[in-house]
Design a protein around this ligand. Structure first.
Ligand SMILES: NC(=O)c1ccc[n+]([C@@H]2O[C@H](COP(=O)([O-])OP(=O)(O)OC[C@H]3O[C@@H](n4cnc5c(N)ncnc54)[C@H](OP(=O)(O)O)[C@@H]3O)[C@@H](O)[C@H]2O)c1
Length: 484
């Protein structure tokens, strides 16, 4: 268990949607782990709230089950679990009606931090915000946490921002993109801005291109009908991949503060050029005898929604002009893997002659699995027979380099929930950032819809459609292999 914890002050946390999938899978097991780590203070109160009629004991039984199912095996100490559950209560409440609200208002303790986690569909955000205000719970000590998807286009995102802004100040709104809570994602900033080594090379003069891959092995499974209204662009690129792109491309902020960091990310999004339709490849996975096709999973034999997307984009500013960023994400691919590869340009002059071959340095940042970084360097191939060169990895897997502390930090949700309690918005998306991201994605989506483009089929367990490979090959480049 983590040894260096920064304790948070006592808090009241209300989880609207406390019986839902996200609460059971992530939020509650995460809070339990923070409790075990000593970060959740005695006196903290967690209130699950949903329409289901349950009493405290019934809810605690549900939370216990969720922690047993989704928590870590080594965290299942019965006495500690029972002590954690003492902090948990339940209140039947209807976001759309008046049931439960007066009672909730009485449970909120004055003078203490209170956070309201909107773990419900976005159509309920306005109802919740309004009632929190109406029942006197939206004071200056409160924070609200909202989940993705934050809208499905610029217009709906603006509408959601407007609804929330009517009741809360931007400093009280925490829009979660759980990718930002990942240890390695934050490490991106540490690597870039705490080392002198990389910054001089971190620009179009020395970087040939950057690849960002988020590959999943799962399909859309039981949530096919929901996913079919969204697709990989809305579900993954507009949020997670764009956040990664921002962190890799942004200018150094003047300090590691919420607005300083988010201002710089926003500048990257605003500098993104529109994408040439020829630089976009969309795909759908095929049936493979054992597993259904995307269209079967989506329940629509004519679906045009993509379960895979690869695209090439450019950032028009001094640092990156001319350096392409290739990003791809998809479902039912060869392996579960998220990584960023910075591919540096070749050395300007080869003193070892043509026979030594072409070599370039790469910096690979692995977000999952095996979080860590690898610097690809060129060395002499050992042995006699002249100056042959080979590329070798300088490998740093965090779990190996840092021992127990490197492998046992808080997961993304745990970290982000504790940041909410601490009032630190650095790893949350600001309203203007989300709108800018939709502002870039909307015309891309509108373009392929207008053209009636049909996604290319790809095999389950592959690296995506052949055309995605061609996107790189045409430029004389290659994707890094998605490794099983
Ligand atoms: N699941 C994930 O892994 C995940 C990941 C990222 C984002 N999200 C987002 O997180 C949110 C929650 O997702 P989920 O998967 O947990 O959904 P879910 O399993 O459908 O749960 C929805 C929750 O909302 C409650 N609810 C529904 N209508 C309500 C009402 N009128 N008043 C009060 N409570 C109400 C439900 O309980 P009752 O029916 O008993 O009221 C349930 O607890 C969604 O916006 C989703 O897009 C989920």
């Amino acid at each position: 268990m983590v040894s260096r914890v920064i304790p948070v002050d006592k808090f009241d946390l209300v989880i609207f949607g406390g019986t839902g999938d996200l609460a059971r899978r992530k939020i509650l097991p995460g809070l339990h782990r923070r409790y075990l780590a000593g970060q959740m203070p005695e006196g903290a109160q967690i209130v699950g709230a949903a329409r289901a009629v349950l009493d405290d004991q019934g809810y605690r039984d549900m939370v216990r089950e969720a922690i047993t199912e989704f928590g870590d095996a080594e965290d299942q100490d019965e006495a500690k679990l029972a002590a954690f559950l003492e902090h948990v209560q339940y209140l039947p409440i209807d976001a759309m009606g008046e049931k439960g609200w007066e009672k909730l208002a009485k449970m909120i303790r004055p003078g203490m931090i209170h956070a309201y986690y909107f773990s419900v569909g976005p159509s309920l955000f306005g109802e919740l915000a309004e009632r929190l205000q109406l029942y006197g719970m939206a004071d200056e000590n409160c924070r609200i946490v909202v989940e993705k998807p934050f809208g499905r286009d610029l217009e709906s995102a603006r509408e959601l921002n407007k609804v929330l802004a009517a009741h809360f100040d931007e400093s009280q709104i925490y829009r979660i993109d759980h990718y930002l809570g990942k240890e390695t994602v934050q490490n991106l900033m540490a690597v870039r801005f705490a080392n002198i080594l990389f910054e001089p090379l971190w620009n179009a003069q020395y970087v040939d291109h950057i690849q960002i891959t988020v590959a999943e092995t799962v399909g859309v499974g039981g949530r096919g009908a929901y996913y079919d209204k969204s697709g990989a662009m809305r579900d993954m690129v507009q949020n997670h991949l764009m956040q990664l792109l921002c962190l890799i491309a942004m200018e150094p902020p003047s300090r590691f503060g919420p607005d300083e960091v988010r201002d710089e990310k926003l500048k990257v999004i605003r500098a993104l050029e529109p994408v040439d339709p020829h630089h976009i490849v969309r795909g759908q996975y095929n049936a493979d005898g054992k597993e259904q096709s995307y269209r079967d999973d989506a329940g629509d034999p004519k679906s045009l929604t993509e379960s895979f997307i690869a695209l090439k984009c450019h950032i028009s500013n001094w640092r990156w002009s001319g350096t392409p960023f290739y990003i791809r994400t998809g479902k039912k691919l060869k392996a579960r893997e998220s990584e960023i590869v910075v591919v540096f340009k070749d050395a300007p002059h080869l003193i070892f002659g043509q026979s030594s071959g072409q070599h370039c340095n790469t910096l690979t940042i692995r977000l999952q699995p095996n979080e860590g970084m690898t610097l690809g360097v060129t060395i002499k191939d050992p042995g006699p027979g002249g100056m042959r060169l080979i590329d070798v990895p300088l490998d740093m897997t965090f779990a190996e380099a840092l021992g127990e502390e490197g492998s046992d930090g808080p997961d993304a949700y745990e970290r982000l929930i504790m940041d909410v309690m601490r009032g630190n918005q650095t790893l949350f998306m600001r309203g203007d950032e989300v709108e800018a991201a939709w502002g870039w994605t909307d015309p891309i989506i509108a373009g392929w819809e207008e053209r009636g483009e049909v996604p290319k089929p790809y095999e389950v367990g592959s690296s995506g459609p052949e055309d995605a490979m061609m996107l790189m090959h045409r430029d004389g480049r290659r994707w890094r292999e998605i490794k099983e």
